[in-house]
Design a binder for this molecule. Structure first.
Ligand code: ADP
Ligand code: MG
Ligand code: MG
Length: 868
């Protein structure tokens, strides 16, 4: 025989699947000895069986229900329909997951024309009894019989009007009696039946209605939207009624054991004196803050407080508790883990850890990415967002949310910002010249480009929200077109970089919570993490952000955009257009000075933490004048002829610069450039060490290596320069010269390269592009198609491609460590920080990953979770 019915005293909180969340917790609280009105639960299995067998309660179920009712009667010394002591119950639905849309609760079941009289007599309060009865008629009619609640409510409204009364609680016993008569009439009119007088019949009907509501449209939709299975079913809880509407020493309310929006400790909630059930949420009367209960009913307040504290200890989580006080006696009607804001989540977890309620492992495991995200980036208010549909979607390139006016160029953006506007930069795509425009913007939206496009990388680095690769957007000079809609300069947009959505108009932002709490977490995370998380950052501001967000060092400080700044760009052009070594050395002398300052800033901001500086990497092509006009300009600036500049430029131009003259190849062709950078790095380190007292061991990183001999030569030339530099000092500086591993060949000959390299750092963007033969700039169209077709599971530029790129990395690691068992190995590509990538990387013997500053906390959190 299947057990379809469980007394509260039989179940436990582990049985949410069978008893539903509400039932399991009522059982648990009963077991803990808390003052829970007695009752029993009809299981979710019974619900599924009922639905499968043509919507009938089997005789077996009915038998068990009757038996449980008898036990309830025995315990309470009351009985259904009893002339002295009538048993009244509530019928409450409750599935495994809290699920609005399911059938509502029916209170006061068991009342009928006779028992209402008894209730009036026993309570010596006729008004109370008839109010209870009309509530039953109303709830039962609405919820079980499907009669529109408005039909009932309108009668009360009409009556109040006749007697010129404002509130329900001003109605008298006679009024409620009249309402009861009218309600019964509504039954006859709407369902051609009398309200069932037999409590057992009421009970069966109510249980059947709860079971049936599992399949109502509201519930189905809710499940679909929240990914809840249709096969769970709902349980039904039948529980002895207690009355908060018994007079001035009764009441009902809802409390959280801590503040659900800030996380602050202490009870938080509301209650009403002389009220029943849903009155508190129904908004008929304004509830009072829970603290004033300490004055109204001090003893009960203390008891409630203690119970909440104990429930928290028991559940190890903030609780959301329903209570009712009947003539000074406190009852607990429900407890569950309370919903809370992300900010509150972090605060509560840390507090509970400090209070000894949860262990360090639990603290680490219970934080979720979305909570961190919300404490680092602004987000839109959930409530407001619910009713809004984005007109444009793209890749969620950089998290956060922002509202502002659209501008199409860096210049117009900068001007608008200067006028005091909040700006959203909307462009086809961005390039290094747009940096300033990005910096003044609240968000960046581009029509083209993937997760590693310029806009995405720069926005992420700056912590600015960004949506890229919005394929539906066509940019014209003075407007953006999306289907039938247009964006003009000045159009107000709301951009959600966390979901990749763009909306017309303004959506309210959630207040940003402070990040102070993170400080405490970093220490804990670091203890559990298998490897470190460094930052990709080079500007002092980014490095400071990275340090504040817990970076253990700098894994990648790029030196190229230092050259894109106007005056330096000119110098650099002079360098590559020079006719002689002498002319080049002249320029380099000047550049060395500015680079040294750059590096000093980097070291200072990094506060002595490990810092890897990458030597110049970008294709030479990018520095060339772009057209005849620019050639003419450069010629004038440099005192050369147009033809000279033009010829040189044409000579250096490439069809495929990304696979051309860049990285180490520049170092081979112009050793003096890397020599200059090497010297500047060492000299900057020396000065900062002496001025600031930091211990600095520069890590010099050479990009784009393909070959051991290639690397060895360039290393040697850099070292020669460094040695000369060092000769001026009395002090030794421990430096390392390592390489990026970002080309498949480098992986395959990693053992040879490791003979000369002090460390490896995988560059996953280039490595992915080359292992997959997939241009990182043009990938979105292809990747989107592959994702839709199910050929790819994830964008390989967002989630490390374990089978291809990952396998390549494994080869390189193994080969490298064969030669140098202690070889330091890092990864400096953004994809490494993705939680899925971390799950894979956690199995590899690497020393660190490096990502943009704002992704550090989440990366560390994920890493720590793998370490628990
Ligand atoms: P919901 O899931 O919508 O909160 P509940 O089943 O918790 O529905 O009940 C709705 C309201 O009725 C709550 O305020 C609850 O406290 C009250 N209630 C439920 N059962 C009883 C009972 N046996 N006695 C008194 N009030 C009850
Ligand atoms: Mg409800
Ligand atoms: Mg409830």
């Amino acid at each position: 025989m299947t057990q379809w019915v469980y007394l509260f005293s039989e179940g436990s909180k582990e049985q949410k699947g069978l008893l539903g969340g509400k039932g399991a917790n009522l059982a648990e609280m009963t077991k803990l000895g808390l003052p829970v009105p007695t009752g029993f639960t009809v299981t979710t299995d019974a619900c599924l069986c009922y639905l499968n067998q043509g919507n009938v309660l089997t005789e077996e179920m009915k038998g068990q229900i009757i038996q449980a009712v008898d036990q309830l009667a025995e315990k309470t010394q009351k009985a259904f329909g009893d002339a002295e002591n009538p048993l009244l119950v509530s019928v409450r639905s409750g599935s495994k997951f809290s699920m609005p849309g399911m059938m509502d609760t029916v209170l006061n079941l068991g009342l009928n024309d006779q028992t209402v009289e008894t209730l009036a007599r026993n309570s010596q309060n006729e008004r109370f009894a008839y109010d209870c009865y009309r509530r039953l008629l109303q709830m039962f009619g609405d919820v079980v019989m499907g009669i529109d609640n408005q039909k009932f409510e309108s009668r009360i409204t009409a009556l109040k009007k006749v007697h010129q009364l404002e509130f329900d609680n001003e109605l008298t016993a006679e009024h409620w009696k009249q309402i009861v008569t009218e309600y019964k009439e509504i039954y006859r009119q709407n369902i051609q039946r009398e309200f069932p007088q037999d409590p057992i019949e009421q009970l069966y009907l109510a249980i059947e209605a709860v079971f049936g509501s599992w399949n109502n449209q509201r519930a189905k939709t809710y499940r679909r939207l929240h990914d809840i299975s249709d096969d769970l079913g709902t349980a039904v809880n039948i529980q002895e009624m207690v009355f908060g509407n018994f007079g001035e020493t009764s009441g009902t309310g809802v409390v959280f054991s801590r503040n659900p929006s800030t996380g602050e400790p202490g009870l938080f909630g509301e209650y009403l004196i002389n009220a029943q059930g849903e009155d508190v949420v129904a908004g008929v009367r304004t509830p009072k803050p829970i603290q004033t209960l300490a004055d109204d009913l001090p003893e009960q307040y203390q008891q409630l407080k203690t119970i909440c504290e104990n429930l928290e200890k028991h559940y190890k989580d903030m609780q959301d508790v329903e209570f009712t006080i009947e003539r000074e006696k406190l009852f607990i009607l429900q407890t569950r883990n309370g919903k809370r804001t992300s900010k509150a989540t972090i605060t509560i977890l840390l507090d509970m850890f400090n209070e000894g309620l949860i262990t360090e492992d639990e603290l680490v495991m219970r934080l979720e990415a979305k909570d961190l995200e919300a404490s680092l980036h602004p987000s839109f208010q959930e409530e407001t967002l619910k009713n809004r549909v984005p007109f444009l979607t793209g890749l969620a390139a950089s998290p956060g949310a922002a509202v502002g006016a659209a501008y199409f160029t860096a210049d117009s953006a900068t001007l608008a910002k200067a006028r005091g506007e909040k700006v959203i930069l909307v462009r086809e795509e961005t390039s290094p010249e747009d940096i300033e425009g990005i910096a003044v913007s609240e968000a960046v939206v581009t029509a083209r480009g993937g997760m590693t496009s310029h806009a995405a990388v720069v926005a992420r680095g700056m912590g600015i929200c960004s949506v890229v690769g919005c394929e539906a957007l066509t940019m014209e000079e003075d407007q953006g077109i999306v289907g039938g809609e247009t964006i003009q300069e000045g159009t107000i947009l709301s951009v959600d970089g966390t979901t990749g959505s763009v909306y017309f108009g303004e959506i309210s932002l959630e207040e940003l919570s402070n990040t102070v709490a993170l400080d405490d977490l970093h220490e804990i995370w670091d203890r559990h993490a298998k490897f470190q998380v460094r930052a990709n950052a080079e500007t002092p501001k980014d490095i400071e952000t990275a340090m504040a967000l817990g970076a253990t060092g700098i894994g990648l400080a790029r030196t190229e955009h230092m050259f894109f700044e106007k005056s330096r760009l000119l110098q650099f052009r002079r360098l590559i257009l020079a006719d002689s070594l002498n002319e080049r050395l002249e320029v380099l002398k000047h550049l060395k000075q500015v680079q040294k300052d750059d590096f000093k800033f980097i070291y200072q901001a990094a506060q002595g933490k490990a810092t890897t500086i990458r030597l110049l990497d970008p294709p030479l092509h990018e520095f060339l004048p772009k057209n005849n006009d620019e050639c003419r300009e450069v010629a004038k600036d440099l005192g050369k002829t147009f033809n000279e500049v033009k010829r040189k430029t044409d000579n250096l131009a490439e069809t495929n610069p990304m696979l051309g003259f860049r990285g180490l190849r520049l170092g081979v062709a112009y050793p003096e450039i890397y020599q200059m950078q090497g010297e500047a790095i060492i000299e900057a380190a020396y000065e900062v060490m002496n001025e600031q007292g930091y211990e600095i061991q520069p890590e010099i990183m050479i990009p784009f290596t393909i070959d051991a001999e290639e690397f060895a030569r360039v290393r040697e030339s850099i070292e020669t320069a460094i040695q000369t530099s060092l000769a001026q000092y009395e002090q030794e500086i421990n430096y390392q010269i390592g390489t990026m591993i970002e080309i498949p060949r480098a992986c395959l000959v990693a053992d040879q390269i490791a003979k000369y390299a002090d460390f490896f750092s995988f560059g996953t963007n280039d490595l992915t592009q080359m292992v997959l033969g997939l241009s990182r700039d043009d990938s979105p169209r292809i990747v989107t198609q592959y994702l839709e077709a199910g050929i790819m599971q994830d964008d390989p530029f967002q989630v490390l491609d374990e089978d291809g790129v990952g396998a390549m990395m494994k080869i390189a690691i193994e080969k490298g460590r064969q030669v140098k068992p202690d070889l330091k190995i890092g990864i400096c590509g953004e994809a490494a920080a993705h939680p899925k990538s971390i799950a894979f990387l956690n199995q590899l013997p690497i020393n660190y990953i490096s990502c943009s500053p704002f992704r550090i906390p989440q990366a560390k959190m994920t890493l720590a979770q793998h370490g628990v």
